[in-house]
Design a protein around this ligand. Structure first.
Ligand code: 5GP
Length: 346
């Protein structure tokens, strides 16, 4: 047994210190980024936010809405080939910049993505997603996918430490998904005691990835636009959101009404609800169960997008970053007592 004594931090443990700035208004801030991915060598331009590959969030309807703002949707893995074909036949080519095809690592998953990519070769992003990205089998699967799809941009995760980020990048992944346990409907930390405070995971994993020319996604734990800004400030290239995109017209999840108020169900991909819905599918998506919650119905996702992008733009003006690219260089975090952040509900 060993104890690491260095304190690790989550979003709620910090705030971003304001700095002198020459920017007059947040409208001067660009959130667009351009990346060249290390292994696929593909160049991508867009707003580096990703809707999570959960069946209540990563829907085709969500992708259509978010693509208008150049935001990516990681489409959940439960759509069939014919549903993919129906969706793609009505889309312009630009949609391929803003969708990712998600998959697990079972034989059935592998056959399915091969079929979908074969039928729709313009799909670029593949998101290989497991609860525990530390298994050798997973690394082997990433290597195999890199061989089969040499020019696709491969997202792989989830992990939370630098050495595993490096291993996955060297195995052929372009973008590493970082986060174990921070998700709003995740119970991993409760059920297993395993996890890593998300902000420290971002800082350490970004450093490891950037050293090799790779990229990272901060996945999970953002509850408010300020958390998204903190994730970018910590060095995340992309930020993946589940709960913040749940409960909209474009989200999945049953609609329920109580006392005249409308709600939508939002659940973890290994929750009982998801298991029942996709029963007969692969065993467990996440190491431990996720939970099911009701979120207040929020209408069209476009309003939420405005709120998030407005918040991040504003963060940029507070620290004098005219482009999102500069945000992490200009970020100084100050550690705060947790109660300080509770005013924001974070
Ligand atoms: P959120 O933005 O809601 O805080 O977090 C979304 C992330 O939670 C997802 O992208 C995924 O990594 C994670 N997640 C989704 N479903 C489950 C689940 O059932 N269990 C666990 N442990 N994590 C989940």
């Amino acid at each position: 047994m060993r104890i690491e004594n260095e304190l690790k931090l989550g979003f709620k443990d910090v705030m971003i210190r304001p700095k002198r700035s020459t920017l007059k208004s947040r409208s001067q801030v660009s959130l667009e980024r351009t990346f060249t991915f290390r292994n696929s060598q593909k160049i991508w331009t867009g707003v580096p936010i990703i809707a999570a590959n959960m069946d209540t969030v990563g829907t085709f309807e969500m992708a259509e809405a978010l693509a208008k703002d150049q935001i990516i949707t990681a489409i959940h893995k439960h759509y069939t080939l014919s549903e993919w074909s129906d969706f793609l036949k009505n889309q312009e080519d630009s949609i391929y910049d803003y969708i990712a095809l998600s998959t697990g690592i079972s034989k059935a998953d592998e056959e399915k993505i091969q079929q979908i990519v074969h039928a729709h070769p313009k799909i670029n992003f593949l998101c290989i997603d497991v609860a525990n990205g530390y298994s050798e089998y997973f690394v082997g699967f990433v290597k195999k996918m890199r061989q089969i799809f040499p020019d696709k941009t491969i997202i792989a995760g989830n992990v939370v430490t630098g050495e595993m980020v490096e291993e996955l990048i060297l195995a052929g992944a372009d973008i590493i998904k970082v986060g174990i346990g921070p998700g709003s409907v995740c119970t991993t930390r409760i059920k297993t005691g395993v996890g890593y405070p998300q902000l420290s995971a971002i800082v350490e994993c970004a450093d490891a990835a950037h050293g090799l020319g790779g990229h990272i996604i901060s996945d999970g734990g953002c509850k408010v636009p300020g958390d998204v800004a903190k994730a970018f400030g910590g060095g995340a290239d992309f930020v993946m959101l589940g709960g913040m995109f749940a409960g909209h017209d474009e989200s999945g999840g049953e609609i329920v009404e109580e006392n005249g108020r409308k709600y939508r169900l939002f659940y973890g991909m290994s929750s009982q609800t998801a298991m029942e819905k996709h029963s007969g599918g692969v065993a467990e998506y996440r190491a431990s169960e996720g939970k099911t919650v009701r979120v207040v119905y929020k209408g069209a996702v476009a309003e939420t997008v405005k709120d998030i992008l407005g918040g991040v733009r504003s963060t940029c003006t507070y620290v004098g970053a005219s482009q999102l690219r500069e945000l992490s260089k200009r970020t100084t975090f100050i550690r705060v007592a947790e109660q300080e952040n509770q005013v924001f509900g974070s």
